[in-house]
Design a protein around this ligand. Structure first.
Ligand SMILES: Cc1ncc(C[n+]2csc(CCOP(=O)(O)OP(=O)(O)O)c2C)c(N)n1
Ligand code: SF4
Ligand SMILES: [Mg+2]
Length: 311
């Protein structure tokens, strides 16, 4: 696949460009689903035609948050649950960047749930990958917002009394304009969905099922999985909000019962992104903030202003 790089030359992009030069060995456990996300993301980048220097990967805290140590691009490892506000700010300051935010189910649907809801509502143009292993992996397997009711862990030894969150439905209700679910065990679908999510203009949310063989003692591998676009048993229109909502509900119920439904669940290609809304009302600066930062005169004036204020 060819693309324009930062200096405007058309050239081939190889997925290996996204492997760091000094390659750190992932500290993920053998069999961890997180390897599948890394692989699918590297494979999706040439499809999208973006280079490492055009890409920013912002991560939360967790096993999932280690993703940007193993992915060559600009990176920002934030604090727990805060990948989205950092990603939003970066995209607004530098709209030319391909911005990807990533983190765990605890990070994104628990402590960062508020940011998730509002980033979807505002339709910020970025891709959000949630590694959903249905537990807190890094801190050794505690119950998370996606753990099924009855799931036993150190924090819920008698089994969780809580119904899990419905990530797809929450995303739709909040306002995300592209919503999909894929699984680490289905790398081809995962690659295609990540590429579509990046190409989508607006908030694209991918709930990525990632097995945790170490701490999720239910040891879900998410197999067999069903692709709702490929199966004859499912027929719905991803552009129809009501049909998408019904399909999501079915996917969320069936996951708890052991049937893994994956695929595209919703796409709204018409809704303007937050950035487009800001341009419409005249609130986006013509010159992106990121470019202003590199303007020597502007920097000089700004530091003089700051010094004046401290006199
Ligand atoms: C403010 C704050 N609270 C708690 C923690 C401890 N902590 C680190 S990772 C984590 C949960 C990780 O679970 P998840 O987001 O699902 O990621 P996973 O490890 O499963 O990929 C917690 C509670 C922290 N680092 N910061
Ligand atoms: S603890 Fe679980 S989620 Fe974390 S690296 Fe190991 S298998 Fe993966
Ligand atoms: Mg998790």
């Amino acid at each position: 696949m060819s693309a324009f790089n930062a200096i405007g030359e058309e050239r081939e992009i190889d997925r290996e460009e996204f492997t760091p030069g000094i390659e750190p060995q992932p500290t993920w456990c053998p069999g961890c689903g997180d390897f599948g996300v890394l692989k699918a993301l590297k494979q999706a980048m040439p499809e999208v035609g973006r280079t490492p220097d055009e890409t920013l990967l912002v991560t939360g805290i967790g096993c999932s948050g280690k993703l940007n140590s193993y992915f060559e691009s600009y990176g920002f490892h934030t604090i727990h649950g805060r990948s989205l506000p950092v990603a939003r700010a970066a995209k607004l300051a530098n709209p030319g960047l391909e911005v990807i935010a990533a983190g765990g189910d605890g990070d994104g649907y628990g402590i960062g749930g508020n940011h998730f809801m509002h980033t979807a509502r505002e339709n910020h143009d970025m891709t959000y990958i949630v590694f959903n292993n249905e537990i807190f992996g890094l801190t050794k397997g505690q119950t998370s917002p996606t753990s099924p009711k009855g799931h036993k862990s150190k924090t819920q030894p008698s089994g969780s009394a809580k119904d899990p969150i419905r990530p797809l439905s929450l995303s739709l209700t909040s306002g995300a304009s592209y919503i999909a679910r894929t699984a680490a065990v289905n790398p081809n679908q995962a690659k295609q969905i990540l590429a579509e999510a990046m190409e989508h203009d607006g908030f694209a949310h991918v709930d990525f099922l990632t097995q945790c063989p170490t701490w999720n003692k239910d040891a879900k591998q998410y197999v067999p999985y069903i692709d709702v676009q490929e199966s004859d048993d499912y027929d719905f229109d991803v552009h129809d909000r009501d049909e998408a909502a019904a399909m999501m509900r079915e996917a969320e119920d069936s996951l708890n019962e052991g049937t893994v439904l994956t695929g595209r669940f919703y796409a709204d290609d018409e809704r303007p992104s937050y950035q487009e809304e800001k341009i419409e009302i005249g609130e986006m600066p013509e010159e992106p903030l990121a470019e202003r930062y590199f303007d020597d005169d502007y920097e000089w004036e700004r530091s003089a202003d700051l010094l004046d204020r401290h006199k």
